[in-house]
Design a protein around this ligand. Sequence first.
Ligand code: NOJ
Length: 764
Amino acid sequence: MLFRLIHLPCRKAALLWLLLGLMSPVLVSQEPQALSPKDPAMRRFVDDLLEKMTLDEKIGQMSQVAYQEPHTVSHEERIRKEQAGSFLFVKDPAEINRLQHIAVDETRLHIPLLFGFDVVHGFRTIYPVPLAMASSWDPSLVEHAQYMAAREASSVGIRWAFAPMVDIARDARWGRIMEGSGEDPFLGSRMAEAQVRGFQGTIGAPDRILACVKHFAGYGAAAGGRDYDQSDLSDEQLWNVYFPPFRAAQAAGAATFMAAYMDLNGVPASGNRYLLHDVLRTDWGFQGFVVSDWETVPNLVTHGFASTPADAAARAANAGVDMEMTSSLYRDFLAEDIKHGSVTQQTIDNAVRSILEAKYKLGLFTNPYATPGLAAKELVSADQRHAARIAAQRSSVLLRNESNILPLKKSMRNLAVIGPLADSKPDTMGSWSLAGKYDDTVTVLSGIRAKAGSSVEVRYAKGVEVERGNASIFDPQFASPPPTLVTGAQREESFKEAIDLVRSSDLTVLVLGELQSMSGERASRATLNLPGEQENLLEAAEATGKPIVLVLINGRPLDITWASQHIPGILEAWYPGTEGGNAVADLLFGDAVPGGKLPVSWPRTAGQEPLYYNHTLSQIPVDRDAMYWDESSAPLYPFGYGLSYASISIHDLKLSSTNLRAAGAIEATVTLHNPSNVDGDQTVELYTHQRAGSASRPVRELKGFERVHLKAGEQRSVTITLHADDLKFWSPATRQTELDPGIFDLWVGDSSAATEHATFAVLP
Ligand code: NOJ
C-alpha cells in the first residue's frame, strides 16, 4: 500500500497519506524502531521499488553529488532525471527541502534524497575535536555530544553524518590524528560505538541521523605521517590494532561505512574487495552501504590500479563501493560495464538495495523534509551551548601544575592573556567546522574576560602572528582574517608589547598552538614545533620571571619539551569548539576541575614518531627508553596521563580470582582516595600483558577504564570487569582470533605507567 502511494503525484499522495494516517497510523508512519535489514515490510517495499527501477535510475541512487562543486548539468535537472541518490554539503534547510521536493514530487519513482554532511564534532555548535572528546575517557559524554550534533543536523534536513572517523593514529605528524580517538584500539572502540549510538540512536527517530564509519581501513598508518600516502600493515596490525574500532562501530549498528583514500598493502582501499567484502560483509556481517571517499573511484586510475575510468567504476562496484562520492564514474560508465559483463546486474541491485533500505529505515519515504522552523530553535540553542561547554571542560588535559599554580585566584589584580590563538575564533573551532560560525564562538580571551568580570583586569596582546598560508579548502570562511603584522618593525613591536605586558601583570596565560588549517585533512606536519615565533614568545615570557600558564589550542601533541621543564602550568585544551573559551576559563579559575587523560603517547620530538605505548617487548627491554643515541625514546607524557586539581590516588588492587576461563570474567577492584579539598575526577585504567603464547603480545594493552568522580576527602572502591573475550587477539600462528592460555600481568592505575600489579592465569 505504502509503495503504491509513492507513485502518485506527490500532493495527492500526501493527502492520502494524511487521511490514511488518521485512520491507520501504522501504514503511514515508521515509528522509531530498530528495523533489521530483514524487516519483511522493508524488504517488500524495497523489492517492489527495485523491480520498477530502470538501470539508470539504479545507478542514480548509487551517485552522490557535491553541492558546491562546479557542474555542467544543474542540480535540479540531475534530480529530475533521477541521477542522484544523495547530496553532500547542503546545509540550508530551505534549499534541502527545495531539492527534496523536486526528488519526491517531480520524479517517476519519488525516491527521496539522502543529505550528508561532515558532522564530525558538531554541526553549527562546534564541540571539541574528536581527539579531545576521546581525552574525556567518557563514552557517555561522547554519545551525548553526537546526539546533540544529530539534533542540529537533522533540524536542517541532514540525515547522514560522515563520522565517526575511527582511524587509529600512532603518528602525531599525520594531520588527521585530530579527527580520531588516538592510538589505542580499546579506547578507540569504546569511542567509536558511543558515537554510532549518539548519531543513530534508534534509526528512524526524526532527530537521529545515520553514522558513516570512516575511513575503512588503515588510513591512520600513512607512511611518514604524510596524508594520503600508502599504508603498509601486516595482518597482525590490521586485525589487532586498526580494525577493532571499525568492528566495534559495526557491531553497534553503524548503517554506513566510507572506504579510505589510500593504498593498503598495494591495493587501493576503494577497490579493495578483501576489505569491503570479505572482512566487512562476510566476516562481520555488515548489511548497510559503503560510500567511496571524495573521488576515490577515479583515483583508482590515478593509483595505477584501474586502467580506464570504466575499469575504475567496475573495480569499485565489484569491491563493494555502493555509492560514489562527488565524481561521476558510476553515472558515466556502470551501464557500459554491465553491457560488457565486467559488472553484474546483481552487484548493482545489491548496492541499490542497501541504499534504499537505509533511506527506508531513516523514515525518508514518509517524512523526507526538514521541519520548518526547527533549525531556528535547535541551532546554537542554550542546550547546545551548555553541552558543548561541558564537553570542552571534560576533554581538556592538565599536563603540568607545579606548585599548584592552577587554579588561578580571582583575587589577583591583573592578568595578561597573550598569544596568536588567544582571540582567534576559527582556531578555537578547529578543522571540520564547516557549518560553524565564527560569531558564535567564544575565544579563550573572551571566556577569561567574562569569568574575571570587573574584579581582575584582563589585558591582551597577540605577541606574534602565525602565517596562515593558503586559505583552507575545508573552510570557506577561512579567507579572513588577513595578517596584521606585516613588516619586521611591526612584528618586533608586537613581540615587545606582549613581553612588557607579561612584566607588568600578576600572571600571564599564554595561548599557543596550531592554526585550524595546520591540523586535519591535508595538514600533516614534518615537525611538531609550536609554529612561527611562538616558542620564542614563550621563552621570552618565562625569562621575565613572572608566573606563566600555557594553554594549548591544537589538534595533535606538539613538541613542548622545553615548556614541560620551565612552564609551571600547562593545560591542553585541544580545539575546544564554540564554547571553548568559556570552558577554558572555567578550568583555569577552578569552576571546573580538569580530568581528561591523553589518548595518545606524547612525544618529545617528531623524530620519535610513530610512538605508542602498546608496542611489543623487544631486545633489551630494560633499556627501552634508550633506543636513540641522541634522545630518550620514552614519551614526554605517557598514554592515559592527565592531572587534576584533586589528587586522587589508586591503590589496594585485588582480583576476584586469579584464574580466568574462556567466556569468563574477573573483577579488579581498587581503592580510590581523594585526600585533597577539591572534588575531582580520576580515570581508573586497567592494562594487561600476555607473558607468552602463540604470538608476542604488546607490553601493555588497555582492557578497561572508568572515569569516576570523588568528593574532597572521599574514599571508595572501583571495580573493573575484565572479560576473557577482551584478551582474545588475531594470532599470526593460526590466522584467527585466539585466547591463549597462560600467565597474564595486570596493572591498574591512572595512566599506562600504572604500578598496581597482579597476575592471573587464563586456563586452557
Ligand atoms: C574527504 C574526507 O576524507 C572524508 O573524511 C570526508 O567525509 C569527505 N571528504 C567529505 O567531505
